[in-house]
Design a protein around this ligand. Structure first.
Ligand SMILES: [Zn+2]
Ligand SMILES: [Zn+2]
Length: 370
């Protein structure tokens, strides 16, 4: 596609002053701004106008253009006409003041809501079906959201013509600037309601406590959240409702710790149990299971109970339970018990079993300074 002559685009001649170029550009930019002009080629035209302005308003670029005509914008002068990636917002704000422009009658999605649900440890592990009650804004049933008394309709706000915004003109050192402000006659809705709906007072929405069923999935963890689609605040102008986010606060358990899908616990055992071996019962999330403790088990030893952890919340299997052995040193011994232990100590030489644990050898070497 061959490019149109920049002077032609802006409708100015080669001797036009920078002010004249600027004036022509402002007029055309307003005309073709994509937020204003809904014609199919408005964006193209707007871009063309901006390219022309970028070049003709810069004396250096203008001189280059006058001499060489259209060239690759990336050659000769850096970027310039090529860097149009910033969108229209900035240019728009330049003319109309901050905030851009939003059609007040366009459908908008309702706000998202957040609800914190506290769960017992096992409720999080197994999941549950429950019902929560949340206060939220819903479309008023009396007026179906219009805010007008049944049988009547909201009228277009006469102050802003339905735009929801007003032009406020100001004279500044840079010329007359037009700012857009929210229309205070209609609070930006663009509508005027003569006969307000008595149920909602013209808001079109009512605040209600709504009961919502929530299916807590098995395996949910502390801090995770669940999205309940379409259960947030009602939308505006027929837009969809927002979503409800349920955030889980899981209470700790007095015996089990949880890390992801794995469960951790500690089992206190007597010296006799670990020395001689035993079969013990260990509590799990699904009741007791038997665990064989081999003779000579050390304190701190971990046993893994496969598949006795938490079901994965995404349905990917099940975690394990880790059982850590803690040998409990007896207290408050009777004289007879003490005698027996002394006897045992004499028989075993009064030192930890070297073969059983090289750790004590390391301790001895450390004392010797090796
Ligand atoms: Zn208004
Ligand atoms: Zn109503």
């Amino acid at each position: 596609m061959s490019k149109r002559d920049y002077y032609e685009v802006l409708g100015v001649d080669q001797n036009a002053s920078v002010d004249e170029v600027k004036k022509a550009y402002r007029k055309l930019a307003r005309k073709y701004h994509p937020d204003v002009n809904k014609e199919a080629d408005a964006t193209e035209k707007f871009k063309e106008v901006k390219d022309a302005y970028d070049t003709l308003s810069d004396p250096q670029k203008k001189a280059h253009y006058d001499q060489f005509g259209h060239t690759d914008p990336n050659q000769g002068f850096g970027g310039g006409a090529g860097d149009f990636g910033g969108g229209f917002g900035d240019i728009f704000d330049m003319f109309f003041g901050g905030g851009g422009r939003r059609n007040p009658n366009a459908p908008r999605q309702g706000a998202d809501l957040q609800y914190t649900m506290t769960l017992d440890f096992k409720e999080a592990v197994f999941g549950k079906d429950t019902e929560i009650e949340i206060p939220r804004e819903e479309t008023c049933q009396t007026c179906t959201g219009s805010g007008a008394k049944p049988g009547t309709k909201p009228e277009t706000c006469s102050h802003c013509g339905g735009d929801g915004q007003l032009n406020v003109e100001q004279n500044t050192p840079f010329g007359r600037v037009v700012n857009r402000r929210v229309c205070h006659h209609c609070d930006g809705t663009g509508k005027f309601i003569k006969n307000k709906c008595s149920t909602c007072g013209g808001k079109g929405k009512v605040r209600k406590r709504k009961k919502i069923s929530v299916k807590v999935p098995a395996g949910i963890d502390h801090g995770q959240q669940l999205r309940v689609s379409g259960q947030g605040e009602a939308g505006v102008n027929g837009g969809p409702a927002g979503d409800l986010y349920v955030v889980f606060n899981v209470k700790p358990h007095e015996f089990f710790d949880r890390d992801g899908d794995d469960i951790y616990c500690e089992m206190p055992l007597t010296f006799a149990q670990v020395a001689l071996g035993d079969e013990i019962e260990v509590p799990t999330l699904n009741g007791k299971v038997k665990l064989k403790i081999p003779a000579g088990t050390q304190t701190g030893t971990n046993f893994r109970l496969r598949g006795k952890g938490v079901p994965n919340v995404h349905g990917r299997g099940q975690g394990d339970q880790h059982v850590k052995v803690r040998v409990v040193t007896p207290k408050n011994l009777t004289e007879k018990e003490k005698d027996m232990i002394r006897e045992f100590a004499q028989m075993s030489g009064g030192q930890p079993d070297e073969q059983n644990d090289g750790f004590f050898a390391k301790v001895r070497r450390a004392f010797k300074g090796d």
